[in-house]
Write a protein that binds this ligand. Sequence first.
Ligand code: T5A
Length: 221
Amino acid sequence: MTASSRHGLFISVEGGDGAGKTTQLGLLRDWLSGPGSPLRYPPVFTREPGGTQLGAAVRETLLHSEHVDPRAEALLYAGDRAHHVATVVRPALERGEVVITDRYLDSSIAYQGSRGELSPTDIEEISLWATQGLMPDITVLLDISAADARARRLAGRGETEDRIEAAGDDFHESVRQVFRERAAAEPHRWRVIDASRSVEEVFSALKLVFTTEIEKWAERP
Ligand code: T5A
């Protein structure tokens, strides 16, 4: 499905663990649901893993199991994504709504593809099969170094980390590099924001991206 053949607008927000997605998406939700919103109706906010009841169970298993076989892990994320797209994302887009997801397919390539056990191409193909090819119109990357993101996570939550967060700075820096490489390769889809700045500065950059993209979408024939 191409962007121009549907009515809705599909935006994903990506970044490493602790980049500030949760903080920024909270601010975005308040803005886009309030009186200053450029949208007539509030958008659908969702996330992966965990945007559906099935996804919540997958999320709990994936983040809190001690070890998950890499192929099983890739398939579980893709399974969550298939159900999420079929039951939440695509129906909302077909109704002409704006859908904003906290993580999507690029997270699978960055995370599952950075372990060296699976081919990033295979991971992408599995997800494209699962979603019947649905890609976001726009993907926003909140870009921050692994060390800065870890410092933020630890400052915010103390020593508690889930299985993926605890994987170490080298792994998280590889994840960051995959996001950056994908952004450089597809500049029409990606908008990169320096997330090392204050909450207010990052939000102001995010607001600009959303205002611009919503205006462009509204002008589409
Ligand atoms: N995953 C996911 C895969 O491996 N493959 C996949 O296909 C998919 C979809 C869960 C995990 O799943 C993996 C990736 C993840 O490891 P998640 O729920 O999105 O994904 O997990 P996180 O990205 O880890 O979400 P977090 O909530 O932990 O981090 P956020 O949302 O990036 O950061 P946030 O906003 O919670 O901020 C972290 C701390 O920093 C502070 C906050 O107050 C908080 O304490 N903070 C700032 N401090 C200073 N300046 C700023 N600008 C700040 N912004 C936030």
